[in-house]
Ligand binder design. Structure first.
Ligand code: NAG
Ligand code: NAG
Ligand code: NAG
Ligand code: NAG
Ligand code: NAG
Ligand code: NAG
Ligand code: NAG
Length: 447
């Protein structure tokens, strides 16, 4: 680690602190840029019916920049007793289960003890319900609020005795998106949800409400990082690439889990269709490139490129989040949609969220033999004369996320340097002192 401090020497101590905070956030599922992000599951019992009830379940994606993409979510739980789902609209249970104790013209929709529920497609016309049928997708809240929640309705029977006719909450809630990553709390009794009646004049609470909160952990979702960052500038021809082997594939042990294709190799032939990427030094499916393109009197311009090295995977409704102090000032984005996110307690940095423009670049295409799938934009940022500098790596991003996944940054000692002759590459006394403090911090962390 002493070596790193030594190499970092020409750069500001701030970078080092950021590097340390990155180490911390990587080891934790708490995301400081989206501290309240979660998916919440609300189970409302609306009415009592004969030996059962009518219920509505609503899924709310509170993440600002993490969405659930096709093929969509799968929700599961384990019934506390011998409940059956008599009917359902706005979603279906994937398995009817053993309904042999029922006979007659109408059979229950599902008798499974642990039903798995999936959404139905937007174009299905039968058995719809209010707010249903998004094909399992839940948009990120900061991008598309009105598609960030989804609900379905069902009738539960065989709940138990009369005194118990509003049932017991199901156990073991699971939320898949559609892979792992989410951990859900047990259903807890909360204040009943309230709906507005008579044009909003009258509040009508439901009979009972249970809530579960599902939190995301990147460690549960991915075996290795999925994204890395590379950097370049107009003032130095050297490009700082992604770190080698960032996303695995270099050790012998990784070779089985990740397959990659070199130019000229025939496509196909692998069993795992989802995992075929182009062979690169970093082995990441996604790379975000930040190029400092121009330095004007009052503005500066960055070119941002997102590349998809998968051969078999498109990313629809992708998003990229970038933390950089420059986003505190006005920024104009030419070829992506963008917004600023107000954040809690993130130093003095601004945070900007970018996503594709519908029918233009909202789909990040897969690579093929001839070219890497990519989307790109230029961003023109206003300068704050008191802070803007090309020195000390200030103009590079502090943190980048792709679809909510942290992108691995190159180490500060590999950042493109200003050419020799520009003044004050020497650190001043203050930053030197800070470096010493950082060194101590690192030693403490490593203990
Ligand atoms: C889930 O997110 C909502 C909205 O941000 C928040 O009010 C709630 O406290 C969160 N729940 C948990 C357990 O963090
Ligand atoms: C609609 O729901 C009813 C009752 O659950 C079921 O019998 C029917 O098959 C469903 N129709 C479709 C198209 O899913
Ligand atoms: C929850 O799931 C675990 C493992 O699938 C199972 O062993 C346990 O019995 C379940 N708990 C309940 C209350 O169903
Ligand atoms: C990364 O890999 C490339 C080619 O495999 C190699 O030339 C380069 O030296 C490596 N970089 C580092 C820092 O190991
Ligand atoms: C990606 O999108 C293109 C264009 O819409 C489509 O032709 C292709 O089948 C898609 N690939 C995958 C793996 O979904
Ligand atoms: C993205 O930008 C386009 C064009 O400016 C706009 O029509 C569209 O509504 C935006 N999309 C979202 C989700 O805000
Ligand atoms: C700057 O000077 C050092 C030695 O003084 C040299 O090693 C380095 O390559 C130079 N950098 C550039 C960008 O010219």
């Amino acid at each position: 680690m002493v070596l790193i401090v030594h190499h970092v020497y020409p750069f500001s101590a701030l970078k080092l602190i950021l590097f340390i905070t990155t180490l911390f956030t990587l080891s934790d599922c708490y995301d400081p840029l989206d501290p309240n992000g979660n998916i919440s599951i609300t189970f409302d019992i609306n009415n009592r019916v004969d030996n059962g009830y009518l219920a509505t379940v609503t899924l709310d994606n509170y993440h600002q920049y993490r969405h659930v993409d096709k093929p969509g979510w799968k929700l599961g739980w384990t019934w506390a007793n011998n409940e059956v789902i008599w009917s359902m609209s706005g979603a279906i249970v994937t398995d009817r289960g053993d309904c042999s104790s029922y006979s007659g013209s109408q059979m229950p929709h599902s008798c499974k003890k642990d039903p798995i529920i999936v959404d139905i497609a937007p174009d299905v016309t039968q058995n719809r319900s209010d707010g249903c049928c998004r094909g399992g997708r839940l948009s990120a809240r900061a991008i598309d609020y009105f598609n960030s929640f989804s609900s379905f309705e069902f009738e539960v029977r065989n709940v138990g005795g009369k005194e118990n006719s509003l049932g017991q909450a199901p156990n073991n809630v699971t939320f898949m998106a559609p892979g792992p990553g989410y951990t859900c709390s047990p259903f807890m009794l909360t204040d009943p949800s309230v709906s507005l009646d008579l044009g909003g004049q009258r509040q009508v609470p439901v009979a009972k409400t249970w809530k579960s909160t599902c939190t995301y952990s990147s460690f549960l979702a991915n075996k290795s990082p999925v994204c890395c960052v590379s950097l370049s500038t107009f003032y130095n021809p050297i490009i700082t690439p992604c770190r080698n082997c960032t996303c695995g594939g270099c050790r012998e042990a990784d070779k089985n889990t990740l397959s990659c294709i070199r130019p000229g190799d025939p496509l196909g032939g692998s069993n795992d269709e989802n995992n075929i990427i182009e062979c690169t030094d970093h082995m990441c499916p996604i790379r975000v490139h930040w190029h400092i393109k121009n330095n004007y009197m009052n503005q500066w311009r960055v070119k941002l490129t997102i590349s998809n090295y998968n051969f078999n995977r498109n990313y629809s409704n992708w998003n990229v989040l970038i933390q950089h102090p420059g986003f505190n000032k006005k920024a104009t984005t030419y070829s992506f949609n963008s917004t600023k996110l107000s954040t809690l307690g993130i130093q003095d940095d601004g945070v900007a969220l970018f996503w594709g423009i519908d029918y233009y670049n909202s789909e990040l295409m897969h690579s093929d033999k001839d070219r890497v799938g990519s989307v790109t934009t230029e961003v023109l940022m206003e300068k704050d004369p008191s802070s803007f500098t090309l020195q000390n790596g200030w103009a590079f991003p502090r943190r980048i996320y792709f679809n909510g996944e942290n992108c691995d940054m190159p180490l500060p000692d590999t950042f493109p340097m200003l050419p020799n002759g520009s003044s004050s590459l020497r650190p001043n006394c203050l930053t030197f002192n800070l470096s010493l403090i950082c060194l101590l911090l690192i030693l403490l962390v490593l203990k």
